[in-house]
Design a binder for this molecule. Structure first.
Ligand SMILES: NC(=O)C1=CN([C@@H]2O[C@H](COP(=O)(O)OP(=O)(O)OC[C@H]3O[C@@H](n4cnc5c(N)ncnc54)[C@H](O)[C@@H]3O)[C@@H](O)[C@H]2O)C=CC1
Ligand SMILES: O=C(O)CCC(=O)C(=O)O
Length: 471
């Protein structure tokens, strides 16, 4: 945390009669703009006054960096707030990323950008990270939380797209469509039926029965497949699907095995030589989860020996940062062997890449970022306690919203409430998650000079990780 930002001279009146403390969003933020108008009205329906339009700093000073071709829906939402939005179609390499991230208050990424502790250490102004995807393994979530950076994602907006891709791949593998199509592109007519199958009546084994796995279960059953699944937690079966208690049992009964687990230490090489050996002869493996869930060398061996009838991969241990001819040996040493295998469908991490999914994700994560920046709401954060307070209403003059991220230790509220002692605490809510806790409070009867004092006193508390004051 940088040192306290001084109050910038005299109080400046804005059109909403609010004060300008500083242009730094690290201590203050703009109010909900028109985008949130309807939501604010809903939340404050019991109040006669409309939501208060706060204007504590120039929103043009809020800098947002969007990488990896994030959808226009998000860009529009962030632009509507008046933020400075810089957009890149690709990911950035570590050096460029460090250079860029130094300056920004929020960053939006997808699955490729690695926000490691080394990168985040340089991000002195960063208050929020938006992962415009499901997976958050590319971010050091714990480091971010310990440094007061909230991380948001979109937990299910692309689930259906992944499930549909897998359905397509099940049929494509069963009918060897990839190979037939490739042959035709090379002018070869090869009409065969050997080892081509209907999927009706076959067994689909789903590993990880979360949002994607369960959606896929419904689609697969509707096409006449029987579904079994393995998950580390007991989960309600949809339709006539059946949970199986061990991975090995699932592998031994499934004609198709599809992986939908998160990247975790426990899922690293979840499918390797012994697991492939447990699979049925001629079975198919599909991985659209994360690259290191499958030991690809073991997979290549099983494909070349004929143990497996084919595979579809959408994700890889190392993936290129940008489009182009980058899927080569220097990226992953087994690539030359893999691309030679028969009946292998390789896609460039496009499971969630549909217009529907990307547009919905843009709205969801773009909104979460603005709600956090403008109101302090952490609903949807994956590394922070989730809190929200209703917006202040227009007749609530002289109010300040305090956002105080602190170490989760005893005595914090006593200290903070002593600081608030001369003001009325209208609302106060606090919640912890692991070592980090978050308090939101709306304080009444606050003058401009009080704001500076409050900020400095909170800044000097020993538990402070980060503070923002919205007014
Ligand atoms: N290819 C692509 O474009 C996409 C890939 N993904 C990947 O798919 C993964 C799954 O996504 P969702 O279904 O939304 O996640 P989810 O969190 O809804 O479900 C994951 C399930 O896996 C289970 N699980 C965790 N560890 C396990 C283990 N060792 N063995 C068996 N089950 C285990 C969990 O209990 C949970 O039920 C994401 O974490 C992400 O990495 C997600 C979206 C798009
Ligand atoms: O669309 C992307 O860039 C990433 C999709 C993905 O893997 C995810 O949502 O976790």
């Amino acid at each position: 945390m940088s040192s306290p930002v001084p109050v910038s001279g005299a109080v400046a009146e804005s059109s909403s009669n609010a004060v300008t403390l500083s242009t730094s969003p690290t201590i203050s933020a703009h109010s909900p703009g028109s985008y949130f108008g309807s939501m604010n009205r809903r939340l404050t329906s019991s109040f006669t006054a409309p939501p208060k339009t706060l204007k504590p700093f120039n929103t043009e000073d809020m800098k947002v960096l969007l990488l990896e071709n994030i959808n226009k829906t998000a860009i529009d939402i962030l632009n509507q707030q008046g933020y400075q939005v810089e957009v890149y179609k690709t990911s950035l390499d570590e050096e460029e990323l460090i250079e860029k991230i130094r300056d920004v208050h929020a960053i939006g990424i997808r699955s490729k950008t690695k926000l490691t502790a080394k990168v985040l250490r340089e991000a002195k102004n960063l208050v929020a990270i938006g992962c415009f995807c499901i997976g958050t393994n590319q971010v050091d979530l714990e480091y971010a939380a310990r440094h007061g950076i909230a991380v948001f994602n979109s937990p299910f907006s692309n689930s259906r797209s992944v499930a549909e891709l897998v359905i397509g791949e099940i049929i494509a593998l069963a009918r060897q469509l990839g190979d037939r199509s490739m042959e035709m592109h090379q002018n070869t007519w090869n009409k065969v039926s050997a080892k081509c199958w209907e999927i009706r009546g076959k067994t689909l084994g789903i590993v990880g029965y979360g949002h994607i796995g369960s959606q896929l279960s419904v689609l697969a059953e509707s096409m006449g497949m029987s579904v079994v699944y393995y998950d580390v937690v007991p989960l309600m079966a949809l339709g006539t699907a059946r949970q199986i208690s061990t991975l090995n049992e699932l592998l031994s009964v499934s004609d198709f095995v599809t992986l939908h687990v998160p990247q975790l230490p426990e899922t690293h090489n979840l499918i390797s030589g012994p697991q492939i050996a447990a699979m049925k002869e001629g079975a198919y493996l599909i991985n659209a989860s994360r690259g290191n869930v499958v030991d690809i060398r073991a997979l290549v061996n099983a494909l070349s020996s004929g143990k497996l009838g084919g595979a579809a991969l959408d994700v890889y241990p190392n993936e290129p940062a940008k489009n182009g001819p980058h899927f080569v040996e220097t990226l992953n040493s087994w690539i030359p062997e893999l691309v030679k295998q028969k009946n292998v469908i390789l896609t460039p991490h496009i499971g969630g890449s549909t217009e529907e999914a990307q547009s919905a994700i843009g709205v969801e994560v773009g909104t979460a970022l603005t709600k956090y920046i403008n109101e302090g709401s952490t609903i949807g954060a994956v590394n922070f306690p989730e809190l929200s307070l209703r917006p202040l209403s227009a007749d609530e003059e002289g109010h300040v919203r305090v956002l105080y991220i602190h170490s989760n230790v005893p005595g914090v509220l006593r200290t903070v409430n002593e600081i608030f002692a001369d003001h009325n605490i209208e609302k106060q809510y606090s919640e912890s998650r692991g070592e980090v806790a978050y308090m939101m409070a709306d304080i009444a009867d606050v003058t401009t000079s009080d704001i500076k004092t409050l900020y400095e006193q909170l800044y000097n508390t020993p538990f402070r990780i980060a503070i923002r004051l919205l007014y």
